[in-house]
Design a protein around this ligand. Structure first.
Ligand code: KPL
Length: 309
């Protein structure tokens, strides 16, 4: 299978590095330091137990190189899958690249945080070639091209009849590469399930600059974590979605525990002085909640605090 990984951040690195032993993988990115480090030294992965390993993955970043590689891909027939792992505010460009890199029946799969990526991808590649995935893997960028895989957690892939066979093959590839993966039709519930967790964990870790596990350490932290998760889950339920858990607070607590050492992606953004994904996570929960008459007051305060940050 020919896989184009779009992005060079923490999750892009762990997916590309693991898949490279089992598929023809190529990365495409616009972060110059990330591209340069991977070109020079490959991807360095530190496992949760401290074991270190390295993978060589071709990566293209310079627009002229991307152009050349796109041409190679089209000569070869194009990529079977484009895995989109950029920040949500970069999705449109990643979707444009995917449209050029994919072969006619190829599928672009978002594995990103946020609730507005799929729509942006559909605009570029069409609904018959766009799929939603949800990953609970946690990873921290140590330096450009160097990543700590903090927690090995499941990946979920949504499927539609138009590309069910491709999603089955991709899930088998992920499994071989060490990503425990499930394919299912109700991916929107899973996507919102992840957004509930992100809406609670990500802004609080970014505001207090603490790892995920530290959110469980005091009653005040736990109270805010619970309110954010409950409000987000109420919006999902008001939309008629069935969430992959009964109790959003217990579920969010369990993710804090299973990713305790991780610096959430929003904390990593704040630490690096980069924009956050707050609008694609809490921002959408707030606008959908208001439209449905669901109380989202705590999300709104936290959304404003992060935007002000
Ligand atoms: O998705 C994540 C993120 O950091 O964005 C979690 C699951 C919270 C892991 O840190």
């Amino acid at each position: 299978m020919r896989v184009a990984v779009i992005g060079t951040g923490a999750l892009a690195c762990i997916y590309a590095a693991r898949l490279a032993a089992h598929a023809e993988v190529c990365m495409f990115g616009s972060w110059p330091e990330g591209v340069a480090a991977i070109q020079a030294n490959g991807i360095h992965v530190v496992e949760p137990d401290g074991r270190l390993w390295r993978a060589q993955v071709p990566v293209y970043g310079d627009p002229s190189e991307i152009e050349a590689r796109r041409k190679d891909y089209s000569d070869l027939g194009g990529a079977d899958v484009a895995l989109i792992l950029v920040k949500s505010y970069q999705t449109l460009r990643a979707a444009e690249w995917s449209a050029e890199l994919l072969r006619p029946g190829g599928v672009a799969v978002t594995l990103q945080n946020g609730l507005d990526n799929y729509e942006a991808i559909v605009e570029e590649v069409g609904a018959a070639r766009a799929a939603i995935g949800v990953t609970y893997n946690a990873a921290t960028m140590l330096a450009p091209g160097e990543v700590r895989h903090v927690a090995h957690n499941p990946t979920y892939l949504g499927t539609q009849p138009a590309y069910a066979d491709r999603m089955g093959e991709l899930a088998a590839l992920f499994d071989h590469a060490g990503f425990e993966t499930e394919v299912g039709e109700d991916i929107e519930g899973r996507l919102w399930g992840k957004a509930v967790v992100n809406a609670a964990i990500n802004p609080l870790t970014a505001l207090w600059r603490v790892p995920n596990g530290a959110l469980l350490s005091t009653p005040d932290r736990r109270w805010l974590l619970a309110k954010l998760a409950e409000e987000a889950a109420n919006v999902a339920r008001a939309k008629g979605l069935s969430l992959p858990f009964e109790d959003p607070v217990a579920y969010t607590d369990s993710v804090c525990r299973s990713t305790a050492a991780n610096h959430s992606s929003m904390l990593q953004d704040v630490e690096r002085g980069r924009p956050t994904e707050i609008d694609s996570i809490n921002g959408i929960i707030i606008s959908e909640g208001k439209a449905l008459g669901v109380y989202v007051g705590v999300n709104e305060v936290v959304w404003r605090l992060v935007r002000a940050l």
